[in-house]
Design a protein around this ligand. Structure first.
Ligand SMILES: [Zn+2]
Ligand SMILES: [Zn+2]
Length: 236
């Protein structure tokens, strides 16, 4: 009997004729766990995909949330990121799944996101030239054993290029928003030739403040990239 990788309860696997003939990938997580994940639906911020259903009204200005109004009002960050799309909300189940995957090194759980992530890509980003996963620093990569953004990017039927490297710093979460925005850029462009106006889609597991994605975006724009978008599994 196969067990759910998240809650470890036994899973009843389908044994219909269809499943025997088509051999779809086996589920990694039970239907109870999968049901507890929450897709983003309804009205969202035009830039960062924050669901408006959860945000208080004063957090919204027209089609944008106030965080995005602030980003777009700052000359350094205006248009850095044209649009983010995220698939799930950051509810307790998702927190648990990400923590399990990242900190227990159990990347097998990510297999359940392959199809929804691919679907989001083909629906919202048909015009993309290049997909660039947000890198981890070498130290963090060594610690964790994998980069969750690279794993997510590999699900996509796209040209993937690791154009960026990241220098090691202390955890972003320990800093305030202002510190995170004004901190020196941790990303470096690691190719010798400049970009030539390509539309680029950045991939990461989570959009929290949007600071990481915008720092990466500005480095690519300095190198001649066209418009930069992002696709993340979760909107924090
Ligand atoms: Zn389960
Ligand atoms: Zn926003």
């Amino acid at each position: 009997m196969q067990k759910c990788l998240r809650c470890e309860q036994d899973m009843v696997l389908p044994t219909t004729w269809f499943h025997v003939v088509t051999c779809p990938p086996l589920p990694v997580c039970c239907s109870d766990c999968e049901r507890q994940l929450e897709r983003i639906v309804g009205e969202t911020c035009l830039v960062c995909h924050r669901p408006f259903s959860r945000a208080e009204q004063h957090y919204r200005k027209g089609d944008m949330c106030y965080d995005c109004v602030r980003w777009e009002g700052d000359a350094e960050w205006k248009d850095a990121l044209r649009m983010n799309h995220s698939v799930y909300t950051y509810n307790d189940t998702m927190k648990d799944v990400l923590a399990t995957a990242k900190f227990r090194g159990d990347i097998a759980l990510f297999a359940m996101f392959e199809s929804p992530f691919q679907q989001a890509y083909t629906t919202h980003f048909p015009h993309i030239d290049l997909v660039v996963p947000i890198p981890l620093s070498n130290e963090r990569l060594y610690e964790r054993g994998f980069n969750q953004a690279t794993v997510l990017a590999a699900f996509l039927p796209a040209r993937i290029e690791e154009l960026l490297t990241r220098t090691h710093t202390e955890k972003q979460s320990k800093k305030s928003r202002a510190e995170r925005i004004h901190v020196e850029n941790v990303f470096r462009y690691n190719k010798s030739n400049r970009l030539t106006g390509q539309s680029i889609l950045l991939i990461d597991d989570i959009y929290t403040t949007g600071s990481t994605l915008r720092h990466a975006a500005n480095i690519l724009r300095e190198q001649g990239a066209g418009e930069i978008f992002s696709l993340t599994l979760v909107r924090g």
